[in-house]
Design a protein around this ligand. Structure first.
Ligand SMILES: *[C@@H]1O[C@H](CO)[C@@H](O)[C@H](O)[C@H]1NC(C)=O
Ligand SMILES: *[C@@H]1O[C@H](CO)[C@@H](O)[C@H](O)[C@H]1NC(C)=O
Length: 318
């Protein structure tokens, strides 16, 4: 309702009740039409704001969030595990995929102790990569072979082998329907879990820049989170269009481990406990796994900072 019509109503209501003789004043027709149209537009906009998922809204306004992390808990992690895939199951248990030739495996790991409770070592010709859990099956990629494996999560016995369309195998995640895959490029793939064909591909963009080297993936509340290889950054991606929704900067974790004398490799591995809303991260050969809380950075982000910290050149094989 416009303020004019509100004022008029107020004025009308102040008329003495006894003055019944005067006929009610009519608003001009065009004024009514315009105000109805305006109200309808406003109402539609409010409904859009209320109903649109937050990532749609953010993509709509092209806003990007910049977050830092606080460590809530730290847990032991096998310092021999070259983490390439990490997925939380239930009951404080992870499944983890490890890489390197001769050290690749899929394993079940206890959160609290870091103890490897079960392990399936891979053939020495294979380099383990991304891992996810869908319909009570573990799906694992390998780096350069375009081949992946399906395991029974109960005893890690191999059920099947599959081939995919990606250039390599790097990261894997799921929303419970499709598989999200990365191959170290700037493309986020959506893969049919039955045929293993890529049903959709989105190039990931931060403003006008491609985000190269997408690595380990996790699906969290409608977003795909990805480690960006060779950086301490996690990028939050809108999976439907590849738009970057936000950046999480985690340089402190790796620095602290290095300062403590650990020979650690890059940050890699994100896991989401949807039940207890816990986020876990670790890295390749890290002796620790962290439960983190994500919160906004309370100072302005300089334009060049994200480029320097989070947007590496495309990875080239040596
Ligand atoms: C949960 O994990 C603990 C320790 O690993 C184990 O003793 C217990 O049986 C598990 N519970 C279920 C329901 O799987
Ligand atoms: C693993 O468990 C499944 C049933 O859950 C069974 O059929 C299979 O034989 C088991 N594999 C091994 C190696 O124990």
């Amino acid at each position: 309702m416009g303020t004019k019509s509100l004022k008029r109503r107020v004025r009308d209501s102040q008329n003495p009740p006894m003055a019944v003789a005067a006929p009610p004043r009519r608003k001009p027709r065009s004024y009514v039409t315009v105000s109805v149209l305006l109200s309808a537009t406003l109402l539609a906009f409010v409904i859009f704001l209320l109903l649109a998922p937050s990532n749609t809204w953010r993509a709509f306004q092209r806003g990007v969030s910049y977050d830092t992390v606080t460590v809530i808990n730290e847990f032991p992690h096998d310092p021999q595990a070259f983490t390439q895939g990490l997925v939380y199951d239930t009951n404080d248990t992870f499944f983890e995929s490890t890489g390197l030739y001769g050290k690749s495996s899929v394993r079940r790991v206890a959160l609290r102790t870091g103890k490897v409770e079960d392990v399936q070592n891979m053939d020495t010709s294979l380099f383990g990569e991304g891992l996810t859990l869908l319909n009570n099956r573990l799906f694992q990629l390998t780096w350069l072979q375009k081949v992946g494996f399906i395991y029974n999560p109960k005893n890690l016995s191999k059920i099947a082998t599959f081939n995919h369309d990606m250039k390599d195998g790097w990261g894997l995640a799921t929303d419970g329907k499709v598989l999200f895959g990365s191959d170290g490029s700037s493309t986020l793939y959506q893969i049919d879990p039955q045929t293993f064909k890529a049903v959709s591909k989105q190039v990931v963009y931060y403003r006008s820049r491609e985000v190269h080297n997408l690595n380990e993936l996790e699906y969290i509340n409608g977003e795909v989170w990805a480690n960006v290889f060779m950086t301490d950054c996690i990028v939050r991606i809108s999976p439907s269009d590849g738009i970057v929704l936000g950046w999480i900067l985690l340089p402190k974790l790796r620095k602290e481990l290095m300062q403590a004398g650990n020979n650690v490799d890059v940050l890699n591995g994100i896991a989401w406990d949807g039940e207890q809303k816990r986020i876990f991260v670790t890295g390749k050969l890290w002796p620790k796994l962290y439960e983190i809380k994500v919160s906004p950075i309370n100072k302005p982000i300089e334009e060049g900072m994200i480029q320097q910290l989070c947007l590496p050149r495309p990875f080239k094989y040596p």
